[in-house]
Every structure is written in structure tokens, then in C-alpha cells.
Ligand binder design. Structure first.
Ligand SMILES: Nc1ncnc2c1ncn2[C@@H]1O[C@H](COP(=O)(O)OP(=O)(O)O)[C@@H](O)[C@H]1O
Ligand SMILES: Nc1ccn([C@H]2C[C@H](O)[C@@H](COP(=O)(O)OP(=O)(O)O)O2)c(=O)n1
Length: 232
């Protein structure tokens, strides 16, 4: 399935693509591939929540101390790359690109994601990053609804629980047993869902269900959805 290049009627170069979805639906990998195809930057907003989680854990902060987490986010020196081919995340003076993917972070990141003050500050920074990039694909949980509701195209990428657990298990090299995977994927989504809706498409958001699609088919389905949105 071929997808034609995307243009936006008002400004042929300016492009913001917003992609949300649950854990393991393929947001990061598919969004990166879509960004490459469109010659766009790529913003992984989940990496920002993960980096803050790394730093509060590193500082020995009690994760039940909401005020301390909010302060940590406001004061955080956080750098995140927007090159889909080179991921680089730095918090303070520490490079955390790989460390933020560890299961211990996945298991605890909801403490930051459900902190409303932390969210407000990270949303502010995400909007700044989006505004400074002419073409960008941004993905997370609230990009279509809160961070960039005016994006040129807004997509909810979903997949069945079974597909998402299977994909995450393979991605982590079979190192996690079923209950650890369920905690990192399903229970985390349940906690995160208390503050943001990423299970149902908001008005104007196109749903792409990747349960029965392979990786290439999913990329093409998202590119097609972007073209459909651009024609509206
Ligand atoms: N349609 C698909 N079919 C099979 N595997 C996929 C598909 N989409 C993504 N994957 C794989 O599933 C894993 C999880 O994808 P990822 O992009 O990390 O999801 P998310 O960012 O939504 O948590 C990755 O290893 C990715 O390559
Ligand atoms: N825009 C966002 C992005 C991520 N989050 C939260 C939800 C997740 O628990 C964490 C980590 O997100 P991430 O996209 O890295 O998670 P997955 O790779 O999909 O498992 O951050 C959020 O609340 N809002």
C-alpha cells in the first residue's frame, strides 16, 4: 500500500501529527517511522515522564509525595532529542536514554503521570518543543486532546491487550514473566487512565487498530490516516 506525501493547505511545510494510545500499541516505533517518512522531527513525550521518574527515584524522593514530585518537575533540567534516528535523553547531568526503559521505571512512572502539576509543566514544555519544530510527530497519551488538539492530523493507535502484551514481551527479550508484563502494561494503563483518556478517540481523532496488522502495515495505515485528515 503506497501513501502519497502529506501537504497542509495553509502552509505546505508546517506539520504537526499527534498520536496517542495505550502501552505496547506501537506508538514509539510507528511514530518514529512515520516521522522519517515525512521528514519530520519526533517527540516521545513518555520519555519525559520516564526521565522525571528516574530522577526522583535517584534523589530518593518518596513517590507518594505529590508536592515533591511537582517541585522536581518544575526544577528539572530536561533535554530530549527530536531526531527519529538518534534518541538522547538527559536529566540534570545524567544521560538516561537507556535507563528510562528499565522495568523499574515502567512500574513506577504512573506516580509522575498521575500528578496533575507535573503534567501541566510537562505539557507546557512539550508545546514549546512542538512550536520550535516546523514538522513534528508527537506521541503519548494526551497529545490529540491536550498538548496539540489543533494538530494537522490526530490519531489514536490501538491494539488488543493480547497483542500489546505479546509485543512488549518480545521487545523486552522474554525477560519478564506474565505478571510483571501485566503490571508494566495493563495495570499502568489503568492508573494512567485516571487522568487522561487514551482508550477512546476524541471527536476528530482517527483510530488505527493495529491488532491484526504487521509493523509495515501499521505504518502505512497511519500514513493513510494522516492523508485523510489532511484532505479535510
Ligand atoms: N503492528 C505491529 N506488529 C508487531 N509488532 C509491532 C507492531 N507495532 C509495533 N510493534 C513492536 O511492538 C513493540 C512495542 O512497540 P512500541 O512502539 O514500543 O509501543 P508503545 O510506544 O505504544 O509502547 C516494539 O518492539 C515494536 O517494534
Ligand atoms: N503524553 C503522555 C505520555 C506518557 N504518559 C505516561 C504514561 C506512561 O505510563 C508513561 C510512559 O509513557 P511511554 O509512552 O514511554 O509508555 P509505553 O512505551 O507506551 O509503555 O508516561 C502520559 O501520561 N502522557
Amino acid at each position: 500500500m503506497e501513501s502519497s506525501p502529506v501537504t497542509h493547505a495553509a502552509n505546505p511545510t508546517n506539520l504537526v501529527i499527534a498520536i496517542d494510545g495505550p502501552s505496547g500499541s506501537g506508538k514509539s516505533s510507528v511514530s518514529k517511522a512515520v516521522a522519517r517518512a515525512l521528514g519530520a522531527a519526533y517527540l516521545d513525550t513518555g520519555a519525559m515522564y520516564r526521565a522525571i521518574t528516574y530522577s526522583v527515584l535517584d534523589a530518593g524522593t518518596d513517590l507518594s509525595d505529590a508536592a515533591a514530585i511537582a517541585t522536581a518537575v518544575r526544577e528539572a533540567k530536561l533535554e530530549i532529542s527530536v531526531d527519529p534516528d538518534h534518541e538522547h535523553v538527559v536529566i540534570g547531568d545524567t544521560v538516561v536514554t537507556d535507563a528510562i526503559r528499565e522495568p523499574r521505571i515502567s512500574e513506577q512512572v504512573s506516580a509522575v503521570a498521575t500528578n496533575l502539576e507535573a503534567r501541566a509543566e510537562l505539557v507546557r514544555r512539550q508545546r514549546e518543543i512542538i512550536a520550535t519544530n516546523v514538522r513534528i510527530v508527537a506521541e503519548g497519551r494526551d497529545i490529540t486532546t491536550v498538548v496539540a488538539p489543533d494538530a494537522n492530523a490526530r490519531i489514536l493507535l490501538t491494539a488488543s491487550e493480547e497483542a500489546r502484551l505479546r509485543r512488549r514481551g518480545i521487545q523486552l527479550g522474554g525477560t519478564q514473566d506474565a505478571s510483571a508484563l501485566a503490571s508494566q502494561v495493563l495495570e499502568r494503563d489503568k492508573k494512567d487512565s485516571t487522568v487522561v483518556n487514551f482508550t477512546q478517540a476524541a471527536d476528530g481523532v482517527i483510530t488505527v487498530d493495529s491488532s491484526d496488522l504487521d509493523f509495515e502495515q501499521t505504518i502505512n495505515a497511519v500514513l493513510d490516516a494522516i492523508n485523510t485528515a489532511a484532505k479535510k
